[in-house]
Design a protein around this ligand. Structure first.
Ligand code: PLP
Length: 388
């Protein structure tokens, strides 16, 4: 890959958006990975009640998380996905991202290799490299629905392979693995003693009556699986910074030590919000998922009628991953495209290169409805101009 300073180029796009907003311009933001919904009134009320009992929010929570929340999270993942984790096999973290970070820090050494299906959430390779580990990218394709198989893994594994990262309910493609596909990957990993980090932070945002299968539901593989969850996407609480890891006790104990020596855990007030969210999980995540489904449908139908191109609607999460070819753009330089799009028509999207897939762009369809329509029109006019 060309040594472009990726974070700096993305920062430049965000800075330009900030400048435009400060001047009063409308920015169509298809780049932010969050549901962008108001906080559910029940969570708001629950947090206000917790604030009335001042002691419950001004103090440090235990490093592993409030005991009520660990219990509730273990019971939620059991109810939803037939998992079998106890509260002691559960840790509350400052967002799902810290759970990913802490797991990799606990599992990886500098000689280890990580198998990473492409496209990927950009934090995985960044964190692996911070751990000193090396990343083996397993390239997939749109034709194969962006999935990898155990044969693909086999071709890339070596004696140094320690970890496989699976992101089911995938960012940036919205891909969902089936039960059989997951079982085959888990079986492959277990036979080789490779740990599977299963990032399931979009598990509740699933469309078209599809069924989400969690790696936690395969009890025979639990010894070499760690699950990452979060309140950010499933319950629309990105800024509250509450996530979870579920794993065998020895691994959770290592995470508690690491958390005690670093963040001390998620904020106490955020944990109270998470507790209310989990106690009302079905209703709140149902609302997030329904709203995201409406926005996905609007995004897809508007795009298809403007561009006369067919999209495969995302099965989960909040993103459409679209090739630049479908936009009618002949270049494959996704960063230059995103920079120019921002500069000329104030449309903000994330370049595929960030996710390891050059020639694509990621659209978050969680933008408000009116701006989805106006933003796509601005995109279409821009692409038409570039073509002619
Ligand atoms: N995992 C994936 C695949 C994500 O897309 C994100 C956020 O974008 C996260 C984990 C982390 O989310 P948070 O730290 O807000 O829980």
């Amino acid at each position: 890959m060309n040594r472009v300073d990726l974070p700096a180029s993305i920062r430049a796009i965000h800075e330009q958006a900030e400048k435009k907003r400060a001047l009063g311009a409308v920015v169509f933001d298809f780049s932010a990975g969050e549901p962008r919904l108001p906080v559910d009134p029940v969570i708001e009320r629950g947090v206000l009640e917790a604030m009335d009992q001042a002691q419950s929010i001004v103090s440090y929570a235990p490093v592993a998380g409030l005991s009520e929340l660990r219990e509730e999270a273990a019971s939620w993942i059991r109810r939803e996905y037939q998992a079998s984790y106890s509260a002691k096999e559960t840790i509350v973290t400052a967002g799902g991202k810290f759970a990913v970070y802490a797991l990799m820090q606990s599992l990886l050494g500098s000689l280890d290799e990580v198998l990473l299906p492409v496209p990927y959430w950009p934090s995985y390779p960044e964190i692996a490299r911070l751990c000193g580990a090396s990343v083996k990218a397993i390239v997939s394709s749109q034709r194969r629905c962006w999935k990898v198989t155990s044969e693909d893994l086999d071709r890339h594994a070596t004696a140094k392979t320690k970890l496989l990262i699976l992101n089911n309910g995938q960012n940036p493609t919205g891909t969902l693995y089936t039960e059989q596909e997951l079982e085959s990957l888990l079986q492959w990993a277990k036979q080789r003693g490779i740990v599977v980090l299963s990032d399931e932070v979009y598990s509740e945002i699933v469309y078209d009556h599809k069924h989400y299968v969690s790696c936690s539901s395969f009890h025979e593989y639990r010894d070499n699986v760690a699950i990452v969850q979060s309140c950010s996407k499933n319950f629309g609480l990105t800024g509250w910074r509450v996530g979870f890891a579920f794993a065998p006790r020895h691994l959770i104990d290592a995470l508690i030590t690491l958390q005690g020596a670093s963040t001390s855990g998620a904020s106490t007030i955020g944990q109270w919000a998470a507790l209310v969210a989990l106690r009302n999980a079905e209703r709140i995540s149902g609302r997030v998922s329904n709203e995201m489904c409406k926005r996905r449908d609007l995004f897809v139908s508007t795009f298809e009628s403007l561009f006369h191109e067919t999209l495969s609607p995302a099965s989960s999460a909040i993103y459409q991953f679209i090739s630049m070819e479908q936009l009618g753009i002949s270049s494959r330089d996704s960063i230059a495209f995103c920079q120019s799009l921002m500069e000329e028509v104030s449309v903000m999207v994330a370049p595929g290169r960030l996710f390891g897939a050059e020639g694509y762009v990621r659209f978050a369809f969680s933008e408000e409805c009116r701006k989805i329509e106006e933003g796509l029109l601005a995109l279409y006019n821009y692409c038409r101009r570039k073509k002619s």
